[in-house]
Design a protein around this ligand. Sequence first.
Ligand SMILES: [Zn+2]
Length: 241
Amino acid sequence: MRLSFLIVFCFLISCKEKVNEKQVPEISLNKVIDTVVKSKPITKVIETRLKSLEDIPDSTFVRLADYSKDFVYDMRYATENNFLKAKVYNCAECYTRVKTAKALIQANAEFIKNGVKIKFFDCYRPNSVQYKMWKIVPNPQYVANPVKGSIHNKGGAVDITLVTLEGEELDMGTDFDFFGKKAYHDNLNLPENILENRKLLKETMEKHGFWSIRTEWWHYNLGAASNDKIADFKWECKESN
Ligand SMILES: [Zn+2]
């Protein structure tokens, strides 16, 4: 008699627990869905509906961050932390033409195998911004003449360095936009680790269709972009930028 009472009591308790288990997740799940829908509904929809790069013409401009989460950005011309000491972009974005984006993603996959990844200082630069820069520093030694334009204006040039997978910058000997011999590729009078870091950057970029210029270790042009037209497409700035 005592035993059967105990069994019935235990059965009642376990039923009660089951009812509770069932109710609690239903309530919290609704709350979670509600929060997700209210906070970021549009971003999610746009991301899942983006066309693959393979389906977009090579000359189209794309926002690199929409196609890879593996890059790091420090868009210096959207700040005053650059040689112009002026903010010439309204907001920080990295756009390139599709063919440049494809080559960058492939190069970055190879960098990641070596424990590093690309960090951008500048990407596509609208021709009107080139005019802004020329107005501040009208010297072809430092800024490309906007009439002729730069490959940055064609969406085929990028200014980059390498960071570890944790985001720590590799030592390249100088900061971005340091104008002087220390930034030259043919200056071999530098510590071995710096030469090795520059070599890894240059050899990997060249393997993926980019070429360098002698005086700036950070600048890379996509070879296939040199005949493209200068553009003045301007990206949208969201309020959060
Ligand atoms: Zn550059």
